[in-house]
Design a protein around this ligand. Structure first.
Ligand code: NAD
Length: 294
């Protein structure tokens, strides 16, 4: 089986790497946090002391880091991975980052004969654990066929979005919709409950009516409505509000560059920025519910 280096074992990376181990791939892992690394060692991974060590001898490198600066720091520059990987290595960059940042990494990879795809994901931590993520892939479609066996272990929907950086464009469009739906759902839940409805009853009515959306299906922001949702475990173990704020900034940058008007996305960005300023940035993004409860 192929040898995979997995860099970044956070809320998403850890369950994704677990699925690769379950599928009998050899995994060398690296994360700045020793605790995350040890969690994967217990399941058969090799714990590297650096990204370079993890990538030594690997045919495939997968990264799942917070933002553009972490990804560029990992891959670019004299001490970056791209300068040290063998030609022919396959790089699957799965973090959500700026499309232009992804294109910079693509360019540097191409110059070194390394095949790369930008492949951000959707589906949350539950999708990562279940191996049912959606991959939105930018880059060479032939390279996507080489990567398909790895994506298939971690996800169930694999889309070729287009040329280099297109996976990231699709991802920021998607997350802008997600943020707007989450905020709309949270304010409606608060209004209904303030007017005497039971949260679970209101949630089910809206889920099966024309207001139905992904947050009502899988990720209700009201504590206790969905036992498996982050809201029911103190808004932990999900998708941090500060990362949603980052994605909404990327969406605004993308819209400005192409001259599009995205007023809903702008409003969502500012609400998430305020949440982060209130100290709630490390909590799951459904914590926006708290803005609407007295
Ligand atoms: P996270 O903060 O939980 O995990 C990131 C991990 O990267 C951390 O463990 C951190 O220690 C590690 N890290 C940072 N810099 C590093 C470096 N230089 N070398 C090695 N490790 C490093 O974030 P997450 O929720 O897992 O999200 C990761 C990416 O996936 C983000 O881009 C996010 O926007 C995206 N995403 C998250 C979700 C979600 O539901 N959490 C869903 C879809 C996409």
């Amino acid at each position: 089986m192929s040898h995979i280096a997995f860099i970044g074992l956070g809320n998403m990376g850890l369950p994704m790497a677990r699925n690769l181990l379950k599928a009998a791939f050899k995994v060398s892992a690296y994360d700045l946090q020793e605790e995350a690394l040890q969690a994967l060692v217990a399941e058969g991974a090799y714990a590297a002391q650096s990204a370079l060590e993890a990538a030594d001898g690997a045919e495939v490198v997968i990264s799942m880091l917070p933002a553009s600066r972490h990804v560029e720091g990992l891959y670019l520059g004299e001490n970056g991975l791209l300068a040290n990987l063998l030609a022919g290595t396959l790089v699957l960059e799965c973090s959500t980052i700026a499309p232009d940042s992804a294109r910079r990494v693509h360019q540097a990879a191409r110059a070194r004969g390394i095949e790369m795809l930008d492949a951000p994901v959707s589906g949350g931590t539950a999708g990562a654990a279940a191996g049912t993520l959606t991959f939105m892939v930018g880059g060479d479609p032939v390279c996507l066929e080489r990567a398909r066996p790895y994506f298939s272990v971690m996800g169930s929907n694999i889309f070729h979005a287009g040329a280099e950086g297109s996976g990231q464009v699709a991802k920021v469009c998607n997350n802008q919709v997600l943020a707007v739906q989450m905020i709309a759902t949270a304010e409606a839940m608060a209004m209904g409950v303030a007017n005497g409805l039971q949260p679970a009853v209101l949630a089910e009515i809206m889920r099966q009516s024309s207001g139905g959306n992904w947050t009502l299906e899988k990720y209700n922001p009201w504590p206790g409505v969905m036992p498996q949702a982050p809201a029911s475990r103190g808004y932990t173990g999900g998708f941090m509000a500060e990362l949603m704020s980052k994605d909404l900034s990327l969406a605004q940058e993308t819209a400005l560059a192409s001259g599009n008007s995205t007023p809903m996305g702008a409003l969502a960005l500012h609400l998430y920025r305020l949440l982060t300023k209130q100290g709630l940035g490390k909590q799951d993004f459904s914590v926006v519910q708290q803005l609407f409860i007295d």
